[in-house]
Design a protein around this ligand. Structure first.
Ligand SMILES: NC(=O)c1ccc[n+]([C@@H]2O[C@H](COP(=O)([O-])OP(=O)(O)OC[C@H]3O[C@@H](n4cnc5c(N)ncnc54)[C@H](OP(=O)(O)O)[C@@H]3O)[C@@H](O)[C@H]2O)c1
Length: 359
């Protein structure tokens, strides 16, 4: 049997701890959860069954493991200390019999994008970022289409463009948008990407270190490791389409309350082929998962036990290969969701109406 393991960690401390330990999640204050998360060992959360390739009939099973660091804890600790716990979770995966390990959320963000962790483990490791990038691009295009935007005529902003997903997404979008705005913290990193895009013939690119500059863009993808709440209601243009790939989410919940004229979608959600049972509620509908988890399962269904999507430089070819591999096995983009709720046609029509009514 093909087998995999996938590591998750608490993102919303109280809510996520309560998923496994309802009493602790209820009684412990958030600050205590951040504090204690440093001392908790990695643990097995569930057995995952039922993934089945639509093409070959191959099946895969696995485990969800938890590294009990919160995102804030991981950002504040020395990377070496974070690595130690992720590697311990990887060793747990190995002892369970997993042949490939997926690094969820910040477990691939901290440090060098999974390079050290992959080196320290005997099994294959993926960050899942290639398929995440692929489905985020598809979801953004679909959301723009549903909002009646011609993406080829838009300015598209990528917040976190200097990162692994942001950098490759910029390369994927560059040929098909009017203008690309790359937003990040470090101009030197953004300039490297601008030069790469120029070498590929794309000169329609500007850069900024101010997140508020996304007000220029009709379409925004945000994919940072900022720790959340980077995008506030006053930063968005009327009628904007925003794909939030980041976990914790970059787009503040205040946007959902204050801006009923913009469409924010949760990026990178996927339907898994077969009759998948994750055995643990990590906050999505039972048959959906994140692109990074789906990539891990797809590599297991393919029996391709090699490191994938590791490091900060993802290539367009890698993303396209993963898109083809996942499509072959029957993975597909899930129906669009916004702030954890499914988006139906009437909701999108309401957003569209509000976006146009006050202009
Ligand atoms: N939805 C999914 O399926 C899925 C799957 C995988 C990952 N993710 C999420 O996607 C995000 C990015 O992942 P990644 O692997 O691409 O990480 P990454 O390679 O570490 O890139 C993150 C980028 O965000 C930038 N950044 C951090 N804070 C910022 C700020 N305040 N303003 C502007 N840029 C900022 C960083 O800039 P510097 O270069 O200056 O450090 C870095 O370049 C994470 O939140 C991760 O949890 C989601």
């Amino acid at each position: 049997m093909n087998s995999f393991a996938f590591i998750i960690h608490p993102i919303d401390p109280k809510r996520d701890v309560a998923r496994k330990y309802p009493v602790l999640g209820k009684v412990l204050p958030e600050a205590a959860i951040h504090f204690f998360s440093r001392f908790w060992p990695p643990l097995k959360l569930s057995r995952v069954t039922g993934a089945r390739s639509a093409a070959t009939g191959a099946e895969a099973e696995g485990w969800i493991l938890a590294v009990p660091y919160t995102s804030r804890r991981m950002l504040s600790l020395p990377p070496k200390e974070v690595y130690r716990k992720i590697i311990a979770a990887g060793e747990l995966a190995q002892s369970l019999g997993a042949q490939i390990l997926g690094l969820g959320a910040y477990t691939s963000v901290i440090g060098d994008g999974g390079v050290t962790i992959a080196r320290e483990l005997d099994i294959a490791v993926t960050s899942g970022d290639s398929y995440t990038a692929s489905v985020a691009v598809d979801a953004t295009r679909e959301a723009a289409r549903q909002m009646g935007l011609d993406i080829g005529a838009t300015t598209l902003a990528i917040v976190g463009a200097s990162g692994a997903i942001g950098g490759v997404v910029a390369q994927l979008f560059a040929p098909s948008v009017a203008q690309l705005l790359l937003v990040g913290r470090q101009p030197a990193r953004l300039e490297g990407l601008v030069a790469k895009l120029a070498a590929a013939g794309h000169h329609n690119v500007t850069l900024s270190t101010q997140v508020a500059d996304i007000r220029q863009a009709e379409v925004v993808m945000t994919v940072t490791s900022s720790g959340g709440n980077l995008v506030q209601p006053d930063m968005l243009r009327r009628g904007a389409v925003v794909c939030d790939v980041s976990r914790p989410r970059d787009v503040s919940w205040a946007v959902s309350r204050a801006r009923d004229d913009v469409l924010v979608i949760d990026g990178g959600l996927v339907r898994v082929p077969g009759t998948i049972d994750f055995g643990f509620d990590y906050g999505l509908p039972p048959d959906l998962t994140y692109g990074c988890f789906a990539e891990t399962i797809a590599l297991a269904l393919e029996g391709r036990y090699e490191d994938y999507s590791i490091g900060r430089e993802l290539s367009v070819a890698q993303v396209q290969e993963m898109a083809a591999l996942t499509a072959k096995h029957g993975f597909s983009l899930a129906a669009l969701r916004s702030f954890e709720r499914k988006l139906d046609e009437s909701l999108i029509q309401q957003v569209k109406a509000r976006a146009t009514s006050a202009t």
